[in-house]
Write a protein that binds this ligand. Structure first.
Ligand SMILES: Cc1ncc(COP(=O)(O)O)c(C=O)c1O
Length: 399
């Protein structure tokens, strides 16, 4: 901003400058939110301005709940200000306590949600094919204190829901799915959030479907929805009745309005992600030491991530070498998930977190890197990324 001859730096200015700098450097991040045209969002803002209803179950909130339930093919959905609070409330809603069996290969919020509820996480290893919780390991981790299983549909690939439900039924456990990666995913034509007792979604800016920040709990009956709604609004049942020690986790009208608008574009966005995924697979196939996930049979994917594994013995470069190399080209992959949640100070003293207990997760966390994927990612960039891998591959041949 200019005042007379002086150039005064104001906060908005520096933000603009930073954004401009980022653009000039042409940095490619692992993701970039796909936003609808701004002019389409303005009428929504005007409506909010006119109504003066900014939050507390406004009309956009109500409409988004209806539209999302339809899109996801689920009965009941409760919107939240973010996915982490939705996870915390989901555990409260089912009165989960004691110990919960979960995976160390997830975003840290999965386990933090347990911690915030005073629940002891019990980690079990993952399976190597899709990096979800290894269902063969669950039963041996059950103790008299176990009350639930909290698996994650990692990268949107469905867990072995049948086996998990079988175990839960035998031992009388609840199942809460962290489905934060799995927006719109279907298994045999059925929305993935129909499985388990509850499922939790995130609509964070980095996700396939975004409401800036946001999240949701999917439940299967009216009574549970009511309890979740009390819990996310301080426990208010009416103006003068507080029936549970709830929290403030409500989604506001701006978030809900963006969500409604995003829904118009979501199918196209997922289709583009699918094309990018195929493009990467084509570009990286036959490179010794590089592997990636294929589509699962009977699954409609949302293609939120493109993780690859780097086998150092075959590729002769570590995952971290590649991570740094990409950065030199202004390409920022993400070591997702690294480190394992079980390796963070809060959790590493747990018995189930000890090194050597989860060999598959411990290997994969060293090998995995997620490559950039978002609807507007240009083919030219994907080619460039694949060429970096190919270059190393051909250099290795002459070693
Ligand atoms: C697997 C997983 N769980 C939980 C969360 C937390 O969601 P939010 O960022 O909306 O709080 C995220 C993402 O951010 C996630 O990827």
């Amino acid at each position: 901003m200019k005042v007379g001859n002086l150039r005064v730096l104001v906060w908005g200015d520096t933000v603009k400058q930073r954004h401009r700098m980022g653009k000039e450097k042409d940095i490619i991040y692992v993701t970039r939110p796909a936003l609808p045209p701004l002019e389409e969002f303005i009428p929504y803002l005007e409506e909010i301005w006119q109504s003066h209803q900014l939050t507390n179950n406004g009309l956009f909130h109500q409409e988004l709940e209806k539209s999302l339930a339809e899109y996801l093919g689920v009965k009941h959905i409760c919107l939240f200000s973010n996915g982490t609070l939705a996870l915390i409330v989901a555990l409260q809603a089912l009165r989960i306590s004691g110990e919960v069996i979960t995976t160390p290969f997830s975003f840290v919020a999965t386990t933090h949600a347990l911690y915030w509820n005073g629940i002891k996480p019990v980690f079990v290893d993952i399976e190597p094919a899709f990096m979800n919780i290894n269902v063969e390991m669950i039963e041996s981790a059950i103790t008299p204190q176990t009350t639930a299983i909290m698996p994650v549909h990692v990268y949107g690939n469905p867990c072995n829901i049948e086996k998990i439900q079988k175990i839960a039924d035998i031992y009388g456990l609840k199942v809460i799915y962290d489905a934060c990666h799995a927006f719109g995913v279907k298994l045999n034509g059925k929305g993935i959030c129909n499985f388990g007792d509850l499922s939790v979604l995130s609509f964070h800016a980095t996700k396939v479907f975004t409401t800036f920040e946001g999240g949701a709990i999917i439940c299967h009956d009216e009574k549970t929805k009511k309890r979740i709604n009390y819990l996310k609004n301080f426990g208010f049942a009416d103006e003068v009745t507080v029936i549970v020690p709830g929290i403030n986790a409500k989604m506001n009208e701006f978030q809900a309005a963006l969500g409604l608008l995003q829904l118009n574009y979501i199918d196209k966005a997922i289709e583009k992600r699918k094309q990018i995924t195929h493009y990467y697979r084509e570009g990286l196939k036959n490179i010794l030491g590089i592997s990636y996930l294929e589509d699962m049979p009977d699954v409609k994917h949302c293609y939120g991530y493109f993780p690859i594994l780097i086998n150092v013995d075959k590729f002769r470069k570590t995952r971290d070498d590649i991570y740094e190399e990409l950065k030199r080209y202004n390409i920022y992959g993400r070591r997702y998930f690294y480190p394992l949640i079980s390796q963070f100070p809060t959790y590493r003293s747990l018995e189930s977190a000890q090194r050597g207990m989860m060999p598959v997760a411990e290997r994969i966390t060293q090998e995995v890197i997620c490559l950039p994927i978002y609807p507007e990612l240009r083919i030219k960039i994907i080619n460039q990324i694949c060429q970096i891998f190919m270059k190393h591959s051909s250099e290795r041949t002459y070693l």
